[in-house]
Design a protein around this ligand. Structure first.
Ligand code: ATP
Ligand code: LTN
Length: 326
C-alpha cells in the first residue's frame, strides 16, 4: 500500500477551498492508502501567534478533520509538536538544504512581505516540511498547487542526503488533484478563497450556518452578462459557482452550465448543494466539540502510531550520518 502524508496549519477557520481542494480528497485516500495527516502547529508559529490561540486552533482543526470524515481508526491523525522527531529531523534537513534554495521559495517571499517581523523559522519552514514528509517514507504528498515547489525541494533534499550518507529517505511526489483544486473568493473571483485574504463575505466557512451560506452565495460577484457558461478567463465569478456546484455534486462544471438559464437559479442550487454537503460535517463537529477529552485520546493514539514510524526513520538518518550513538 502506498504511504501518503499531508499537513495542514492550525491558522484560522477552515473554508470551502480547504475542503474541496484538500480535505475531501484526503477522506477518499484514507481507504486506499496508508495515510498520515499532520496538524502542523510548529509551522504555524513561524508567524506571530497570541498565546493560547494555537492550542485551541489545533484541537478545533483536529475535530474539523474528523468531522469531515477522516477516521482515526482508518488513518493516522496527529499533532506535529506531540513528536520531538519533527523538530529534530528538521535540523538535519537545514544542514542539507542550501541558503540559495530556501531563498528561492515563493511562499517565503509572499509571507515575508505580509509581516514586519520575519522569523528565521519562516525562512527555514521548508526544511521542517521536508522532515514531516521524509520521516514517514511517504510516496505521495497530496497538496494544493501552491505547495508544488516545497515538495520538489523535499525531493532534492532527500536525494542530496541519500547521496551523501547512503540510502536513507524515500523520494516523495506531489499529488495535485484537479477537481476543486482552486476555489476562488466569492467577492474577488480572481483570487483564491483563503484564510488570510480577510474577505469574510467572499469566504464560506465550513461552520457557516445555512442562512449565512445562502447570503454569501447570493451576493457572489458575477458579471454583467446573463449567459451561464463555464469560462474561467472571461467569466471567473460564474465559473467559480459552477466549479463549487460541480465539486459538491460530483458533476462536470461545463456540463452543469447548459442546465442553467439565469444566474439566480444557479446561485440558489449552489447554496443548496453546499448546505447539504456541509450538514453532516457540522453535525459531527458539534458532537466532537462537546467532548474534547475524547479528541485528545484519539490524538494521543495518532501520535503513538506516528512515533512508531518517525522514530525509526530518524534513528536511521542519524546512524547514516555517523553521529556517535549514546
Ligand atoms: P492561507 O490563506 O493562510 O495561506 P489557506 O486557506 O490557503 O491558508 P492552507 O492551510 O495553506 O490554507 O492550506 C490547506 C490546504 O488547503 C492545502 O492543501 C491547500 O492547497 C488547500 N487550499 C487552500 N485554499 C484553497 C482554495 N482556495 N482552493 C483549493 N484548495 C485550497
Ligand atoms: N506548507 C503546507 C503545510 C504543510 C505540509 C507539510 C503539507 C506542512 N508540512 C507536509 C504537506 C506535507 C501549507 O502551507 N499548506
Amino acid at each position: 500500500m502506498k504511504r501518503v502524508l499531508s499537513g495542514i496549519q492550525p491558522s484560522g477557520e477552515l473554508h470551502l477551498g480547504n475542503y474541496l481542494g484538500a480535505i475531501n480528497h484526503w477522506v477518499q485516500m484514507q481507504h486506499t492508502t496508508d495515510a498520515f495527516f499532520c496538524i502542523v502547529d510548529l509551522h504555524a508559529i513561524t508567524v506571530p501567534k497570541s498565546p493560547g490561540e494555537l492550542g485551541r486552533d489545533s484541537l478545533k482543526l483536529s475535530q474539523m478533520l474528523m468531522a469531515a470524515g477522516l477516521d482515526p481508526e482508518v488513518c493516522t491523525i496527529f499533532v506535529q509538536s506531540h513528536l520531538h522527531e519533527h523538530a529534530e529531523c528538521a535540523w538535519l534537513m537545514e544542514c542539507t538544504v542550501s541558503f540559495g534554495e530556501l531563498s528561492r521559495m515563493t511562499q517565503f517571499k509572499d509571507k515575508s512581505e505580509q509581516h514586519d517581523f520575519i522569523s528565521a523559522g519562516l525562512f527555514t519552514y521548508p526544511a521542517l516540511q521536508a522532515a514531516d514528509i521524509l520521516l514517514y517514507d511517504a510516496d505521495e504528498v497530496p497538496v494544493g498547487d501552491d505547495q508544488r515547489q516545497h515538495i520538489e525541494l523535499t525531493r532534492d533534499i532527500a536525494e542530496r542526503f541519500n547521496s551523501r550518507y547512503g540510502d536513507t529517505f524515500v523520494l516523495p511526489v506531489a499529488v495535485i488533484n484537479n477537481t476543486g483544486a482552486r476555489v476562488m473568493d466569492l467577492q474577488h473571483p480572481h483570487k483564491k478563497m483563503s484564510k488570510s485574504l480577510e474577505s469574510p463575505r467572499g469566504t464560506v466557512g465550513l461552520l457557516d450556518t445555512p442562512a449565512i451560506i445562502t447570503k454569501k452565495i447570493k451576493a457572489a460577484v458575477t458579471d454583467s452578462e446573463t449567459e451561464v457558461r463555464y469560462d474561467v478567463e472571461t467569466k471567473p465569478g460564474v465559473s467559480n459557482l459552477l466549479s463549487i456546484l460541480g465539486a459538491a455534486t460530483q458533476n462536470d462544471p461545463a456540463e452543469l452550465a447548459v442546465r442553467y438559464e439565469d444566474y439566480g437559479t444557479l446561485k440558489v442550487d449552489t447554496a443548496e448543494a453546499v448546505i447539504e454537503m456541509l450538514r453532516p460535517l457540522q453535525a459531527r463537529f458539534a458532537e466532537l466539540e462537546a467532548d474534547p477529552a475524547e479528541t485528545m485520546r484519539l490524538l494521543r493514539i495518532g501520535a503513538d502510531k506516528a512515533r512508531g514510524v518517525a522514530s525509526a526513520t530518524l534513528a536511521r538518518a542519524k546512524q547514516n550520518i555517523g553521529l556517535l550513538s549514546p
